[in-house]
Every structure is written in C-alpha cells, then in structure tokens.
Write a protein that binds this ligand. Sequence first.
Ligand SMILES: C[S@@+](CC[C@H](N)C(=O)[O-])C[C@H]1O[C@@H](n2cnc3c(N)ncnc32)[C@H](O)[C@@H]1O
Length: 117
Amino acid sequence: MIWIGMSLHHLATEGKARLVRHARRALGGVGLFVIWEPTLFEGEDRAAWLARFSLQRDRWSTLSDEEFASMKRHMLVADFPETADTWLHMGRDAGFRRAEEIFMMPNRMGRVFRYWN
Ligand SMILES: C[S@@+](CC[C@H](N)C(=O)[O-])C[C@H]1O[C@@H](n2cnc3c(N)ncnc32)[C@H](O)[C@@H]1O
C-alpha cells in the first residue's frame, strides 16, 4: 500500500499526475494507493476554495488570529487542490482500473481517494 496524506497537492497538476504514475508502477498491479488531499467542489476554483477556508475561522477557535493568518499564507503559496473528478481521472490515466472517493472531511476542504486494480 502507498499512502499520501496532505502532501501531493503541493505539486502542479502535471507533477501530481507523474507521481500517481510512479505509484502505479511501484505497486506493480497489486495493492492500494490512497491519498488524502485538498479538493475543490465541481466548478470551484482555487481562489474560491481558499475563500471557503477563510470562512471557517470560527471553527479554529484555539488558534490566534496570527496563527490562522499563517495557515492561510501557507495555503496561498503552497496548496493546489484539484476537483474530485480530476483526482479520480489522474488515477485512471495512470493505469489504475478502479478509483473512488471514500471520505470527505467534515469541513469539506479535502477528501480521501483510493485507487487499485
Ligand atoms: C500538511 S503536511 C502533511 C504531513 C503528513 N503527511 C500528515 O498527513 O500529517 C504537508 C507535507 O508535505 C511535505 N511536502 C511538501 N512538498 C513536498 C514535495 N515536493 N515532496 C514531498 N513532500 C513534500 C511537507 O514537508 C509537509 O511535511
């Protein structure tokens, strides 16, 4: 099994696709590839996804304003989410026969996908 948690989204779309192809090859046709990654709603762009996170300030009540701003700064420079459709297609394009979404975070900012043959 290969598990990636909240890291793949730092790459641009082609870099993500390349890594998924490497994962498919490394698994050699057996096992599971599972990712937990930021996910756009269908039709949503990155700016709207970032704005959606900003609206969740109240849910992060243990963080100071500066800490929350620091998270937002990191997301602005480093986080590149994809739609669920794109995440699923990336797996199929890499050669996985099966791809499915198995979990959505309660705050709906990210999801878990699994790929296998
Ligand atoms: C939000 S953290 C997630 C950490 C951990 N995987 C988890 O689920 O708790 C994102 C991680 O991605 C790593 N990262 C960023 N760019 C990367 C890259 N190009 N290749 C590998 N890891 C990267 C960072 O160092 C950081 O540890």
